[in-house]
Design a protein around this ligand. Structure first.
Ligand SMILES: *[C@@H]1O[C@H](CO)[C@@H](O)[C@H](O)[C@H]1NC(C)=O
Ligand SMILES: *[C@@H]1O[C@H](CO)[C@@H](O)[C@H](O)[C@H]1NC(C)=O
Ligand SMILES: *[C@@H]1O[C@H](CO)[C@@H](O)[C@H](O)[C@H]1NC(C)=O
Ligand SMILES: *[C@@H]1O[C@H](CO)[C@@H](O)[C@H](O)[C@H]1NC(C)=O
Ligand SMILES: *[C@@H]1O[C@H](CO)[C@@H](O)[C@H](O)[C@H]1NC(C)=O
Ligand SMILES: *[C@@H]1O[C@H](CO)[C@@H](O)[C@H](O)[C@H]1NC(C)=O
Ligand SMILES: *[C@@H]1O[C@H](CO)[C@@H](O)[C@H](O)[C@H]1NC(C)=O
Ligand SMILES: *[C@@H]1O[C@H](CO)[C@@H](O)[C@H](O)[C@H]1NC(C)=O
Ligand SMILES: *[C@@H]1O[C@H](CO)[C@@H](O)[C@H](O)[C@H]1NC(C)=O
Length: 518
C-alpha cells in the first residue's frame, strides 16, 4: 500500500485521532498552563513575647499586627508582578507563648469547605455576623492586590461529642490550616495539616483532603511543615497532577541532617517537583526550649535550580512549570562493603537529642567507616586537597533518628543552626570524597551536600554528585557537610500513577477494537 493511500484512509484517520485523543487525555499535566509563573514568599522574624490567655478581641489585636505587615508584603509582591504569595506556618501567632487547647481557641475561625461553598468570598461579605475577621482580611488582600494568597491560619470546626464519635470532649476540632484565596478574594483551598509536630492544641484531620486547585499558571496544592517528611503525601499529589507544592512551614534547623534549605531542596530534587517554601525565623531568646528556625526558598527539583535565603523579608522568583508527569528519582540501592573498621576512637556527640557515632578524619587521606549499633555502617573514602593540620576538623558520623538511617560528614563541632567559620578555609577542601552506606533498606534516599563561603552556605544540585545511593565529589569547595538520609516508610509510595497505566491500557484496548472493525 502506497503511503498516500495509507494516510488517506478515512478509517485510519479516525483511528489516529482516537489515538491522539487518548494519548492527550492520558498525560496528566498537559493542560494549557503558562510556561512559568512568578511567586513570592514572605519570611518574617519573630520572638516569643506575648501570652496566649487573651479574649477574642485580644487575639484579633495580636494577629492584626501581623496582618498589617502582610498587607505591606502583598502590595510589594504585586509590584514585583507575583501571581502567588505564600506566608509561613504560624505566621499570625508564632510570637505567642504557652498555647493550650483552650487559649488558642480565640485565634481560630470557622472556615467553610470551598468544595462545598464554592464561591465563598469573605471580602464581599461586608455585613456578615460570622466571626471571620481574619479570613475577610486575607480575602481582601488577595482581591486588592490581584494575586493568589496562601496563608496558614487556625481553624475551628464545631462538632457534637458522644462516646462513639471522634469529636473531642470540648465539642470542636481545631486544625492547623492553609487557606488559599484567588485574585477575586474567593477561597479555593482549605488544607488541614496531617502530620502534627508537637502541637497538642490541634487535631489531626479524620480524612486527608489535599484540596488541589487550578490556576492559569499551573495546578497547585499545599502541605504544612512536617507533612513534607512523608513522601507518600507528595506522591499522592503527583498522582493528582500536582507538580507545584506550596509549603508554609516553621522548620527547626537541626544540623547536620535536618537543616531546612538542604533538606527541602533534596526532597524537591528526589521527587522531581517545584517546592515553594515559606519558613519563619524564630528567635528563642533563651535558646533552651527550641532551636532556631528559618531558611525559605524556591526549589526546582527538575532543573536543580535552588534559590533561598536566611534573611527576613520578601523573596521572589520565577518558576518554570514542569510540563509532564515526572517520576521520582528513587531507586533500589545496592549493598556495599564498607572499609574495615580501624582503631579510631568512636565519639558519641548528641546534637539536638540525636545520638551520633562519629570518628574524626585524622589522616590526609583514608578509607574509614563507622557503624550504628552493628546494624548498619557508613563508609568514606577521602583525600584532602592539602595536608591537614589541627586547624580543620572533619567527622564521619552515623545516626538513626526520625525513621531514617543517616550517613554524614561534617565540619568541626557544629553548634545548632550556626554555620561554622573555620580559621583555615583552604584546608576544608577535598581532592576527592565518596560517602556510602553498607545497606540502605529502602529506595528513599535523600542526598545533601552543603559547601560554605564563610558567610552563608550553598546547597549543591544532587545531579552533580549523587548516583546509586552514594555521594562522590572531586575538588570540592570548602565543605560544610554532606549527608545521605535513608527514610524508612511504612507505606510504599506508588511510583507510576494508576492513571497513566489505565490510560495506556485504554489506548491499547481502543486500538484493538478499531482494528477488529476495519
Ligand atoms: C497570662 O498568663 C501569664 C503567664 O501565666 C500571666 O503573667 C499574665 O498575667 C496572664 N495574663 C492575663 C491577661 O491573664
Ligand atoms: C456554606 O454553604 C452552606 C450551604 O449553602 C450554608 O448553609 C453555609 O452557611 C455556608 N457557610 C458559610 C460559612 O458561608
Ligand atoms: C451592608 O450594610 C450597609 C448598611 O446597612 C449597606 O449600605 C450595604 O449595602 C450592605 N452591603 C452589602 C454587601 O450588603
Ligand atoms: C456506641 O456504640 C455502642 C456499641 O457499638 C452502642 O451500643 C451504643 O448505642 C452507641 N452509642 C451511641 C451514643 O451512639
Ligand atoms: C522574572 O521574569 C521577568 C520577565 O522575564 C523579569 O522581568 C523579572 O525580573 C524576573 N523576576 C525574578 C525575581 O527573577
Ligand atoms: C591504629 O593502629 C595503628 C597500627 O597498629 C597505629 O600505628 C596507630 O597509631 C593506631 N591509631 C590510633 C588512633 O590509635
Ligand atoms: C581506598 O579505597 C580505594 C578503592 O576502593 C583505593 O583505590 C584507595 O587506594 C584506598 N585509599 C586508601 C588511603 O587506602
Ligand atoms: C596549619 O597550617 C597553616 C598554613 O599552612 C598554618 O598557618 C597554621 O598555623 C597551621 N596550624 C596548626 C595548628 O598547625
Ligand atoms: C564540641 O564542643 C564542646 C564545647 O566546645 C565540647 O565540650 C565537645 O566535646 C565538643 N564535641 C566534639 C564532638 O568535638
Amino acid at each position: 500500500m502506497a503511503a498516500d493511500n495509507f494516510f488517506n484512509s478515512t478509517r485510519l484517520r479516525i483511528l489516529l485521532s482516537i489515538l491522539v485523543c487518548c494519548l492527550l487525555s492520558s498525560l496528566p499535566v498537559l493542560a494549557a498552563y503558562d510556561d512559568s509563573y512568578t511567586v513570592s514568599v514572605y519570611q518574617p522574624r519573630m520572638t516569643k513575647t506575648e501570652f496566649s490567655n487573651v479574649t477574642r478581641e485580644g487575639a484579633l489585636a495580636l494577629m492584626n499586627r501581623h496582618i498589617l505587615n502582610y498587607e505591606v508584603r502583598a502590595k510589594e509582591a504585586a509590584r514585583r508582578k507575583s501571581q502567588i504569595l505564600v506566608f509561613p506556618e504560624y505566621g499570625l501567632y508564632a510570637d505567642i507563648k504557652d498555647f493550650t487547647r483552650d487559649s488558642i481557641e480565640n485565634f481560630l475561625e470557622i472556615i467553610p469547605d470551598p468544595k462545598v461553598n464554592i464561591t465563598w468570598t469573605p471580602c464581599d461579605l461586608e455585613n456578615t455576623t460570622d466571626d471571620i475577621t481574619i479570613q475577610r482580611k486575607i480575602s481582601c488582600m488577595a482581591k486588592k492586590n490581584k494575586l493568589y494568597i496562601v496563608a496558614n491560619v487556625g481553624e475551628r470546626e464545631p462538632c457534637v461529642f458522644n462516646y462513639n464519635s471522634s469529636c473531642p470532649m470540648d465539642g470542636r476540632y481545631q486544625y492547623n490550616t492553609n487557606v488559599v484565596y484567588d485574585p477575586k478574594g474567593t477561597l479555593v483551598s482549605r488544607y488541614r495539616k496531617k502530620h502534627l509536630f508537637h502541637e497538642p492544641y490541634f487535631n489531626t484531620p479524620r480524612v486527608t483532603d489535599h484540596q488541589v486547585f487550578n490556576t492559569p499558571f499551573g495546578k497547585f496544592a499545599s502541605l504544612i511543615c512536617f507533612d513534607i517528611y512523608f513522601q507518600y503525601e507528595i506522591e499522592e499529589l503527583k498522582d493528582e497532577g500536582v507538580l507545584n507544592i506550596l509549603f508554609p512551614n516553621m522548620w527547626f534547623n537541626i544540623p547536620p541532617l535536618f537543616l531546612s534549605v538542604p533538606l527541602h531542596a533534596s526532597i524537591a530534587w528526589a521527587s522531581n517537583i517545584n517546592l515553594i517554601s515559606a519558613n519563619l525565623i524564630m528567635d528563642e531568646p533563651q535558646g533552651v526550649t527550641a532551636y532556631r528556625t528559618g531558611g525559605s526558598g524556591f526549589y526546582s527539583g527538575m532543573s536543580g535550580e535552588f534559590s533561598y535565603s536566611h534573611v527576613p523579608g520578601l523573596l521572589t522568583a520565577n518558576m518554570t512549570n514542569i510540563k509532564y508527569h515526572t517520576h521520582s528519582r528513587f531507586e533500589k540501592v545496592p549493598k556495599r562493603k564498607t572499609p574495615v573498621r580501624g582503631n579510631q576512637t568512636v565519639h558519641n556527640p548528641i546534637f539536638a537529642d540525636i545520638l551520633f557515632y562519629t570518628i574524626e578524619l585524622t589522616d590526609y587521606s583514608g578509607n574509614v567507616s563507622v557503624c550504628y549499633d552493628s546494624t548498619f555502617c557508613c563508609g568514606l573514602e577521602y583525600e584532602f586537597e592539602l595536608p591537614i593540620n589541627d586547624s580543620v576538623s572533619y567527622w564521619l558520623g552515623v545516626a538513626n533518628t526520625f525513621n531514617i538511617d543517616a550517613c554524614t560528614v561534617f565540619l568541626g563541632n557544629q553548634t545548632l543552626g550556626m554555620i561554622p567559620v573555620d580559621k583555615d578555609f583552604q584546608r576544608a577542601k577535598f581532592k576527592s570524597i565518596r560517602l556510602f552506606a553498607s545497606d540502605f533498606d529502602t529506595p528513599f534516599v535523600f542526598p545533601q551536600v552543603i559547601v560554605t563561603n564563610r558567610e552563608t552556605y550553598e546547597v549543591l544540585d544532587p545531579i552533580s554528585y549523587y548516583k546509586n545511593g552514594e555521594i562522590y565529589l572531586s575538588h570540592t569547595s570548602p565543605l560544610h557537610s554532606m549527608s545521605l538520609l535513608n527514610r524508612d516508610y511504612h507505606r510504599i509510595p506508588v511510583s507510576i500513577s494508576h492513571r497513566t497505566i489505565s490510560s495506556v491500557l485504554l489506548v491499547i484496548a481502543m486500538l484493538v477494537l478499531s482494528l477488529l472493525h476495519i
